[in-house]
Design a protein around this ligand. Structure first.
Ligand SMILES: Cc1cc2nc3c(=O)[nH]c(=O)nc-3n(C[C@H](O)[C@H](O)[C@H](O)COP(=O)(O)OP(=O)(O)OC[C@H]3O[C@@H](n4cnc5c(N)ncnc54)[C@H](O)[C@@H]3O)c2cc1C
Ligand code: SF4
Length: 324
């Protein structure tokens, strides 16, 4: 059995102290640890200091702001988000996505920040040190070749977070606090489509909160497929937000996960004003197909993941259309 590497743990009580601790070389944020600690036990990373964010009161809580927006602290547990009455009532896609992460015991410990910032995954990476050394490691960590896209100079490990796509289709912003102060950016811009450089956070920056605008007339849903329904990462997942005006699409947003190295918004501007019919459905499915890039990074077959993603797309937009 692999042991955790040796590191120091600090437990700041304010965001300012956390930023200062995270600004040191080799420091890494610790949320619930449900992604980070299993990885460290496999020898994936050698932080010198883990900055436990669990004692920072400002990082937890769910509030509906005076303008009707939703603010969720990055340290809030996924269980609390899944069960919160205001999230379930006005932003049900976020509650569903949180409720579909891993298993119940993970969701008690797992935080929103850790869920969004989780590492990318690959069958050549999420393995023991012994296994990886026998395969000459890989480009993402300790090696120099990618075994999935052999001639590539970048890593294609897949992002499997469930909550990000639901936030992205609802136009959420992330609040980032760092040595230079606080900045807001659209949730999609938190991510790089690069498996070994997955986040746009700078040294010392911490994800502090997510702010979601009022849902208004948008109806949204998140669905995923996984091997074991009780506890698994999405093999593919899609969030859809739809605004219907009679027989026309007044707004459509799609975001996918489990397919690329980042959760991605699918271009959908062309569908605004269209009728929802077989031709539009086919075009929407094609847009998802073009954006997705499913590779052999999981034990499940590529063809299956592609097909199921497209089938889910059609089904969920159909359902939202009928329910709107
Ligand atoms: C068996 C199993 C099944 C799983 N299934 C799923 C699944 O179905 N869907 C899914 O989405 N995930 C799944 N996960 C992954 C993980 O459990 C969740 O993503 C969880 O939400 C991670 O949150 P955490 O707080 O535990 O993160 P941590 O493990 O604490 O951190 C994860 C990463 O985020 C960084 N981080 C944490 N908080 C912050 C912050 N505030 N600012 C900046 N960086 C931060 C850490 O440095 C680390 O790199 C699974 C894990 C396991 C072990
Ligand atoms: S996609 Fe390639 S570089 Fe990235 S983890 Fe997998 S094998 Fe390694």
């Amino acid at each position: 059995m692999n042991l955790l590497p040796s590191f120091r743990t600090v437990r700041p009580e304010t965001l300012a102290e956390a930023v200062s601790a995270l600004s040191a070389q080799g420091a890494q944020a610790l949320g619930g640890g449900t992604d980070l600690l299993p990885n460290l036990r496999r020898g994936l990373g050698l932080p010198t200091t883990l900055v436990d964010l669990g004692a920072i009161g400002d990082l937890t809580g769910i509030a509906v702001l005076p303008d009707g927006s939703l603010r969720i602290g990055a340290g809030t547990s996924l269980e609390a988000i899944a069960e919160d009455a205001s999230v379930r009532g006005a932003w049900p896609a976020i509650a569903t996505a949180a409720a579909l992460v891993a298993g119940p015991t993970h969701r008690v410990a797992a935080t929103l920040g850790g869920n969004l910032c989780q590492d990318t995954r690959c069958i050549f990476y999420n393995q023991s040190e012994w296994w990886r050394s026998g395969n000459d490691y890989c480009l993402k960590y300790q090696g120099d070749k990618c075994h999935v896209v052999v001639k590539s100079d970048r890593c294609y490990a897949t992002y499997h977070g469930d909550v990000a796509p639901a936030l992205m289709v609802l136009d959420a912003q992330v609040e980032i606090v760092g040595p230079q102060g606080t900045r807001m950016l659209p949730a999609a811009q938190l991510f790089n489509e690069d498996g070994s450089n997955r986040l746009t956070l700078g040294q010392g920056e911490v994800l502090a909160a997510v702010v979601v605008p009022p849902a208004g007339l948008w109806r949204a849903r998140y669905v995923k497929v996984r091997i074991r329904d009780a506890i698994d990462f999405p093999l593919a997942g899609i969030a859809v937000a739809l605004k219907r005006d009679g027989d026309r699409i007044a707004g459509l947003k799609l975001a996918i996960t489990g397919t690329n190295s980042a959760p991605l918004l699918v271009p959908t501007e062309a569908f605004v004003g269209a009728e929802w019919n077989a031709a539009t459905a086919q075009a929407v499915v094609q847009a998802v197909r073009k954006t997705s890039n499913v590779l052999l990074t999981t034990v499940a077959g590529v063809k299956y993941r592609r097909r199921v993603l497209l089938a889910m797309t059609r089904k969920v937009v159909d359902e939202l259309w009928s329910d709107s």
